[in-house]
Design a protein around this ligand. Structure first.
Ligand SMILES: [Zn+2]
Length: 92
């Protein structure tokens, strides 16, 4: 399987290892509720383009911490397009 990016920092976020360790958390009800509550606090505004945010982006990942164990300052509301750009899936 080929990675989307060769950037080692991005690889940590988008590579297979990352996906396997966080996948179940992203599918959990707990994450959905946490993410939705965060987006509510930020008025569903994408921080990068000002359109409607639908994603909660982690500015950093702390080993061993669950996705919903982060402070607001570590999170960024993003729309779908900007989220993909941040993860190197789309080129800005
Ligand atoms: Zn955006």
């Amino acid at each position: 399987m080929r990675h989307m990016t060769s950037d080692p920092i991005q690889l940590g976020f988008t590579g297979r290892g990352f996906f396997q360790s966080y996948k179940w958390q992203y599918h959990s009800m707990k994450w959905r509720r946490f993410s939705l509550a965060f987006l509510h606090r930020r008025r569903f505004i994408c921080q990068d383009c000002g359109r409607r945010a639908s994603q909660t982006h982690h500015e950093r990942y702390i080993p061993g911490r669950l996705l919903w164990e982060y402070e607001d300052r570590d999170l960024t509301p993003l729309c779908d397009s900007c989220h993909k750009v941040r993860h190197g899936i789309l080129v800005a």
